[in-house]
Design a protein around this ligand. Sequence first.
Ligand code: ZN
Length: 432
Amino acid sequence: MTIGSEIHSWVTDLFPLCRSITGDGIRESLRYLQRILPEMKIHGVSSGTRVFDWTVPLEWNIKDAFIANEGGERVVDLSQNNLHVVNYSEPIDEWMTFEELDRNLHSLPDQPDAVPYVTSYYRRRWGFCLTHRLRDQLRQEPFRRYHVKIDTTLESGELIYGELILPGSTSREILLSTYLCHPSMANDNLSGPCVQAAVARWLRDFVPDRRMTYRILFLAETIGPLAYLKRHLETLQENLVAGFVLACIGDDRRYSFVASRSGNTTADRVVRHILRHDHPDHDEYSFVDRGSDERQYCSPGVDLPVCTLMRSKFETFPEYHTSKDDLAFVTPSGLEGGYRLVRECLGLIEELGPYRCRTIGEPHLSTRGLYPDFGLRDSWTKVRTMMNLLAYSDGHHDLIDIADLLEIDARELVVVARDLVDHGVLELDLPS
Ligand code: ZN
């Protein structure tokens, strides 16, 4: 099985669960990911806890929800699709006319076959989502009244999140963060958690000599990062080199990213460099177009170097927040592409430098066995690259700075830099 097919199988397994920002859906989803990453810890923050300007809401759970006609037929049923209920609906069990019911229905006139995804976390209400076609059909039905039932509970409980720390040889940190609170949609949002789980497993199993410490988070969107920052802001501000929010990263369309608020952090520079070389047709969005958890990580007073990696950007694709964002919209190749993009970014940060030349004046290459014996043109290009790398290794220029000056891919410099470190000519500093 390819890595893309494996990630797609996780998306498929998690798809049916009725997730929300709290409750059993996200709890079961985190437990599923814990089977892939047993070292991941699940932490909770109690309902009612103040986190900066927000309050952790009551825990929401749902057993059943339907609209039935007078003949007892369920015309809208949670068991058919869990997007049918407005997420966080309060309970209701009443008979009402279609006109009364219609005030609490949500559909999309311009996408008549799609069920929209609607939430109401911080305002108590109830509602159903359905296709516009069905809504029009119900309007024509002869029934005078409908039985409307939503069997939910809103009780004191916990906001939970998954946290995996993979220590490196230094305390400098990389943050990977994704949200896991949407029900039954594949790109937004199961692609993020599943790609992130695959990246975490790769770091754990195949990058044992990592320099960076990796902080890997699976949270409810918005309130999750806020609750996490309330506990860990100082540590992150002290140690974070770069962070990436993973969102909508499993479809087959173009790659994109939302830059951090300052737009020029190590995270931005690395993503921009990799995308420019691997996917020149990508889209870059400024922080003005933010929409996911980069909003919290980059807010004033937090100001972490974090940007969001995506394929199709949230809010821009027609399937976004509807039932059309399904298991066919994300593909093994789309997910694998997202996974490889994250790996490339992390791989480059590990080697980024800046580097420092350990000699005063140019080092004498031939006594160190670094000068080619034969005058082949290819060897001369390599020497030239090596000399240029040395010339700019002043403790201030990192590999992206130097690669941009030379108009090459920074990953070409990684092998050369490693060789020079092994020969004692260069010294690696970690990015600040
Ligand atoms: Zn969303």
